[in-house]
Design a binder for this molecule. Structure first.
Ligand code: FEO
Ligand code: CA
Ligand code: CA
Ligand code: CA
Length: 678
């Protein structure tokens, strides 16, 4: 084990300027290689991507909207190699699609009956890629590697943990509730020390259609149906008569696929006359989503496992904390929706170092991810906080709970949000990625922004509500990054200390109440989202705790495209308290919060992306000399007749005619071969 020292790293590059250019910009002395683009073939016999909307066979091509990503070093014999710096497996999520560019003239018949081929293509553009990559002079992926794999919304899955076999998961496809099909809207990730990948189901709710009449049919089946209605409402799935309800209309494909049920399962409306237990229709399909999913990238034939002990929500990411022999590991998770919560799962099993090299990787996952305790965070104004257990029959999580009578631990896990509500957890400004500082064990979480934070509802951990012109909307417009330190520095702790590492803001905004971290032109940012502590070893062989911050911004895109920043953060409590006054519409409210010391030159902009993109997945080789970054949905506001970005075709020069943009993985290396960022 390498020792680590806080502040051992210092950033060694010149900040990149904010930019609206349609290109990836990095500091001088660095090079960008485009590695893996939407549509790139990953199987033999699949043709090169034409990129005019006519391509098919996405089960053997890169999907769209590259998101969370992990690199796993691989030996010459195809086994995990913790020092593998020139050969590895790259695993990445395909969160969503820019539908307009996937077909010759945009989608056919939106809001009506969708053509099957288009629906199938759109489904297969979601999911996960596993690709083998190799470094010769430059990095490239291996088109015909036997490790290459696409996991899509059609891939068979198995359920693990307490909810496996539960009544609420029963469908016509899975009458025993142990299996399911696919994963969707996979956002951020988790890299397990036993060489598996966690992919997290985020905005799955929108893919389902729920027609008017469903609630009455469920209610008529008895108390379980009434509770299902409460659950669906809490997760945002209300009835709708709109023809476009159910993203992309996959449910509409006809003739209804009565045998394969690939399409009809996206309509969760209880069917008249179908059995109340859900085995005759897809009323329960939606309960099969919202989970953390574990994938073994080293076995292309393995079945991914949905890890139900980690709860059901809009899972953003799932980052494991430090692993210490004999101590139960913790997994930190955000639920990305306005006013949702931060969670941690603590395994029932203490960590054993030999598991990091075990060959039965998914069985190791069973050991740490299927049994344990799920907690939700409650922040106090004095800079402390508590982890409240989501355990059936503890506290209010009983059948006597008025808002939702809990009947079992299965019920608590499927309805994680309702359980956290009952416990009085703290409603946050949209928790996105979590990251753990390897030097301190401190956990950071991006709170990307919150359009529904009001002057009246600001509190110490979410202290800002304001207007950022030209928008006239009130809210936490630019987001912030909160961090916490477990009591006793142990992952098993039930209490913590917290402060806010940095507040997003344009450097022109009010330094007293909005630009609280004193950001300047070299590091001002908005809407932090991706967050990751790098692996790199520095020159002396110690791990450098550089934290990478990625943005997904709607408030600052009048000034700059989204970006990646590097920072060398301090520790919880290194700043102090700060009085913050939020004002809008003639009312004001002052709260006292906890703020880290101003980051200054220890926070610096490293990269700016092309037009209309978001910067998402990030990982490095173990030596830190190759940094992999995902560029998601460039040109997302355009379409076939209005191409708004030609990236990445234009990355190495100009293109003579607009080229449809493609979400892509890039690799960044330093021209002198050094560690990226240092
Ligand atoms: Fe997929 Fe919350 O970002
Ligand atoms: Ca995100
Ligand atoms: Ca986001
Ligand atoms: Ca996104």
């Amino acid at each position: 084990t390498t020792s680590v020292t806080v502040g051992a790293a210092s950033l060694g590059f010149t900040a990149v300027a904010k930019s609206l250019a349609d290109v990836v910009a990095v500091p001088s002395g660095y090079a960008v290689t485009v590695l893996y683009r939407l549509g790139d073939p990953i199987g033999s016999g699949v043709g090169a991507y034409v990129n005019d909307g006519t391509d098919a066979t996405f089960s053997k091509r890169a999907g769209d909207h590259h998101d969370g990503m992990s690199y796993f070093g691989m030996s010459a014999t195809g086994t995990p190699d913790a020092n593998g710096n020139t050969r590895g497996l790259l695993v990445l999520n395909h969160e969503n699609i820019t539908q307009a560019y996937l077909h010759p003239n945009g989608p056919t018949n939106s809001g009506g009956v969708r053509p099957e081929a288009e629906a199938l293509k759109e489904m297969e553009c979601h999911g996960v890629s596993v690709i083998e990559i190799n470094r010769a002079a430059a990095w490239s992926y291996t088109t015909a590697s036997s490790f290459n794999r696409r996991i899509t919304p059609l891939t068979p899955m198995s359920f693990s943990g307490p909810v496996r076999g539960a009544d609420s998961l029963k469908t016509r496809y899975s009458p025993d509730a142990t299996t399911g099909r696919g994963t969707i809207n996979n956002c951020a990730n988790g890299t397990m020390p036993w060489n598996t990948y966690l992919t997290n189901e985020e905005n799955w709710v929108g893919y389902f259609r729920r027609e008017v009449g469903d609630a009455a049919r469920r209610a008529a089946t008895g108390p379980a149906g009434v509770k299902a209605n409460t659950s669906l409402t809490r997760y945002g799935k209300t009835e709708s008569s709109s023809s476009t309800a159910g993203n992309y209309g996959w449910w509409s494909v006809t003739p209804a696929d009565t045998t394969s049920t690939i399409y009809s399962r996206w309509n969760i409306t209880a069917q008249a006359g179908a059995p109340a237990d859900g085995t005759g229709d897809f009323r329960n399909e939606i309960f099969q989503y919202g989970w953390v999913v574990e994938i073994d990238p080293f076995d292309a034939n393995s079945t991914p496992r949905k890890r139900t002990a980690l709860g059901r929500m809009n899972h953003e990411g799932c980052q494991i904390g430090r692993t210490i022999a004999g101590v139960k590991p913790a997994f930190y998770m955000g639920d990305d929706a306005q006013n949702e919560y931060i969670y941690k799962f603590v395994s029932a099993t203490p960590w054993s170092g030999s598991d990091a090299t075990a060959a039965n990787r998914l069985a190791i996952g069973d050991k740490y991810l299927d049994t344990g305790t799920l907690y939700v965070a409650k922040f106090a104004a004095d800079g402390t906080g508590q982890w409240l257990p989501l355990t059936y029959n503890v506290g209010p999580l009983t059948s006597a709970n008025a808002a939702y009578p809990f009947s079992s631990q299965v019920d608590v896990l499927i309805n994680t949000r309702l359980a956290a509500d009952a416990l009085g957890a703290t409603r946050m400004d949209r928790p996105e990625w979590t990251a753990v500082n390897p030097a301190t064990g401190e956990m950071y979480c991006t709170l990307t922004n919150n359009a529904s934070r009001t002057v009246a509802t600001v509190d110490a951990p979410n202290p800002r509500a304001y207007v950022d012109a030209p928008s006239t909307s009130v809210g936490n417009r630019n987001g912030h990054i909160i961090r916490l330190r477990e009591s006793g520095d142990t992952s098993e702790a039930s209490t913590f200390a917290w402060d806010i590492y940095a507040f997003g803001a344009g450097s022109d905004l009010d330094p007293t109440n909005i630009n609280l971290s004193g950001l300047d032109a070299t590091n001002d940012f908005s809407s932090p989202d991706g967050l990751w502590f790098g692996l790199p070893s520095n020159a002396s062989g110690t791990i450098a705790p550089v934290m990478w911050i990625e943005t997904d911004d709607g408030a600052y895109t009048d000034v700059t495209n989204c970006m990646l920043l590097a920072s060398v953060p301090g520790i919880v409590g290194d700043g102090g308290t700060r009085s913050v006054t939020s004002s809008a519409g003639g009312v004001s409210n002052t709260v006292t919060t906890r703020i880290g010391k101003a980051p200054g030159a220890a926070l610096r902009r490293f990269l700016v992306g092309p037009k209309e993109c978001e910067i998402t997945g990030i990982h490095t080789t173990p030596d830190g000399r190759s940094l992999f970054v995902n560029i998601q949905h460039p040109g997302e506001n355009g379409g076939p007749t209005n191409i708004t970005s030609s990236w990445p075709a234009n990355q190495t020069g100009t293109v003579t005619a607009p080229s449809r943009p493609r979400s892509s993985t890039i690799v960044i290396t330093k021209n002198d071969g050094g560690v990226v960022g240092l």
